[in-house]
Design a protein around this ligand. Sequence first.
Ligand code: GLN
Length: 196
Amino acid sequence: MPSETSVGILALQGDFLEHSKLLKVLNVEVIEVRNSQQLAEVDSLIIPGGESTTIAKLIDVYNLRQPIIEFAQKGSPVWGTCAGMILLAGSLVETEPSPLKLMNTVVQRNAFGRQVNSFSTELEFEGIRDGLFEAIFIRAPHVVSANNGVKILSKLIDGTIVAVRENNLLATAFHPELTRDARIHEYFVQMTKGTI
Ligand code: GLN
């Protein structure tokens, strides 16, 4: 039987397949989104990790900027992981790429240094069950300021903000799709169903 909930994954560049694998265990329909027709078929959208400058360019090449903005503004859930957090930002510390300006956040790219400075750590994440979440950071951004209306869901021990939610928008600096732990995907599916 087809599931009534469909989650779209922006599949232009980056680790969209990893998201897809984790979502499939949650009994939702997963649709790769590469154009506005596909976007119109889904209940929510994930913008994956990858290279934010490349994803931004491809969003423009595929004429998806305005459709994604409208999708989010009509209240459909959108979750950005890593590069996706950068793209959802209201503004960036850097001049590139041009973000979608959907969240009331200021985000800094590569906030923890280069690829060799990648790390993983156990975090508290507000709203998920059963304790700490193993978070993988790869050339990750962080939220420099979470402004009006933005709720902080997770911080590093030094106070660095690494996960935020603003109504229907969710952003994580790390990569839940690179673990086997589906709890944050489950959280987003609940957002998609409108239960949280
Ligand atoms: N550093 C990348 C960027 O600025 C993001 C890295 C990632 O998504 N893992 O786009």
